[in-house]
Design a protein around this ligand. Structure first.
Ligand code: DAH
Length: 344
């Protein structure tokens, strides 16, 4: 009996070592350790074992059983529990998939606000125009009627790439999206597709401001320009009011305060009545500037101010995003902290 047990053990371990896939391992378990398996089949012979050997044989039987069970466990964990892909196994495509946590990415909140804004203005007939972030002072200042001695041109307040003291048309990171007004008008005249011109232009602008909760050296503006025959201040105010209602709801309000910009005459500061933080009372928030395009600017771009008039506006997109989504600090928009971004 002991010989038979030894032989069974040796044979079983050798066969198990050859089992190549989980199906073969399972077949081996049934053959050797199953309730009708070969080890079980030896049990009834215990009663024929002479009394004085029963202890030893019983002990050996247990040892072999334990050894085979252990070998089976080891083999199984080594070969993994993955279902067999051997011939005949079936992939059930109706089974629910293995659930892994998948995080869906999405557009940054500023990108989404830009899409919302251009969509609202799109419904009012404004096309989207874009211009370069690396500009020159001709488009950022000169053609916008901003004279050389104007404080806005101070190198301290701008990111010049060329030295304005030595280069005739120094390049700079644009400080305002009003540059796109100039580029669009030049383009329209050169290619003969306008005026009329009706565009909005979203984009990044750069100013060496000290960073705090409401300032950043880089932020976004939305510029608007509408040139046609007979455009007046009423069209400007109506357009801005329509926008406020479409984007912030029927309770939103706008207010124009007299102001000055070199490229508009008359000029106004644009305030909007919105709630900056959720749950708080709405208040007047300064969003940007606007006005009637100065005739000198039209002339600079080859458009006859006797025939055409137009309005322009420009406002800060972060302000709008912060108002709309109750974001208390502009820096949160640029830190790219996923814990913040995934809340929006
Ligand atoms: N470019 C101005 C700024 O950055 C904002 C602005 C004011 C834009 C009046 C305009 C405008 O188009 O008409 O402060």
């Amino acid at each position: 009996m002991i010989d038979d047990l030894n032989q069974l053990e040796a044979e079983a371990l050798a066969t198990l070592a050859d089992a190549a896939d989980p199906d073969a391992v399972e077949a081996w378990r049934i053959e050797y350790l199953g309730s009708k398996g070969r080890l079980k089949a030896l049990m009834p012979r215990m009663k024929d074992v002479p009394k004085d050997q029963k202890g030893a044989v019983g002990k050996r039987l247990n040892e072999v059983k334990k050894a085979l069970e252990q070998a089976f466990k080891d083999k199984k964990s080594a070969s993994g529990d993955a279902p067999s892909r051997s011939a005949g196994s079936i992939l059930d495509i109706t089974e629910p998939g293995v659930i892994e946590s998948r995080h869906l990415g999405r557009s940054h909140i500023i990108t989404r606000v830009i899409e919302e804004l251009t969509e609202v203005f799109g419904r009012m007939g404004f096309a989207v125009a874009e211009g370069p972030e690396l500009e020159d002072d001709e488009h950022n200042f000169i053609k916008l009627n901003i004279p050389p001695e104007h404080p806005a041109r101070d190198p301290i307040d701008n990111f010049y790439v060329d030295d304005p003291a030595t280069v005739t048309t120094p390049r700079m990171l644009r400080s305002q999206t009003s540059t796109v007004q100039i580029r669009t008008m030049e383009d329209a005249v050169a290619k003969g597709w306008g005026p009329p011109i009706k565009i909005v232009s979203p984009g990044r602008v750069y100013r060496p401001d000290t960073v705090d909760a409401t300032h950043s050296f880089m932020f976004h503006q939305l510029e608007g320009l509408f040139i046609d025959r007979g455009v007046t201040m009423i069209d400007l105010k109506t357009t801005l009011m329509q926008f406020a209602h479409a984007y912030f709801g029927p309770d939103a309000d706008i207010r124009l305060r007299p102001s000055f910009f070199p490229f508009t005459e008359p000029s106004a500061e644009l305030d909007m009545m919105i709630a900056l933080k959720p749950g708080t009372e709405p208040d007047w928030i300064e969003l940007g500037g606007c006005g009637m395009v100065d005739p000198a600017v039209l002339e600079n771009c080859g458009i006859d101010p006797e025939e055409w008039t137009g309005f322009a506006f420009g406002f800060g997109i972060e302000r709008i995003a912060m108002g709309r989504y109750g974001i208390p600090d502009i820096r949160m928009l640029f830190e790219n902290d996923v814990r913040f971004l995934s809340q929006l």
